[in-house]
Design a protein around this ligand. Structure first.
Ligand SMILES: [Zn+2]
Ligand SMILES: [Zn+2]
Length: 106
């Protein structure tokens, strides 16, 4: 069974461009990179945002990964969760310890 991939959207905080597609790592209007705080949201028109197979293949060759800590979807090339900053691939087993460490460093 094939699951549909929906492309998330984000807003540029610099020039106020809205609904930039998740495939863009920087604002197509002003060229600023999207920050780590960028909040993604789903478009109103899900059908419109659903990637075709060809598009999906172009954007990434791996499926997006789901952050186990905040349930955010992240691009396959993202090493850290866009929302909570958790490193990719860490299981919940060792998260508590890691989180404590990083808090002390901050
Ligand atoms: Zn912009
Ligand atoms: Zn997360």
């Amino acid at each position: 069974m094939e699951t549909k991939r929906i492309e998330g959207l984000w807003d540029c905080v610099y020039c106020d461009t809205k609904m930039i597609k998740a495939r863009f790592g920087s604002c197509p209007n002003c060229g600023k990179s999207r920050g780590v705080d960028t909040v993604f949201y789903l478009p109103m028109d899900i059908e419109e945002a659903t990637l075709t197979k060809a598009e999906a293949a172009k954007t990434t060759n791996e499926p997006d990964w789901l952050c186990g800590f905040c349930d955010s979807y992240n691009r396959s090339d993202a090493l850290f969760c866009i929302k909570c900053g958790s490193p990719r691939g860490l299981s919940t087993d060792n998260y508590a310890t890691l989180r404590d460490d990083s808090k002390e460093n901050m």
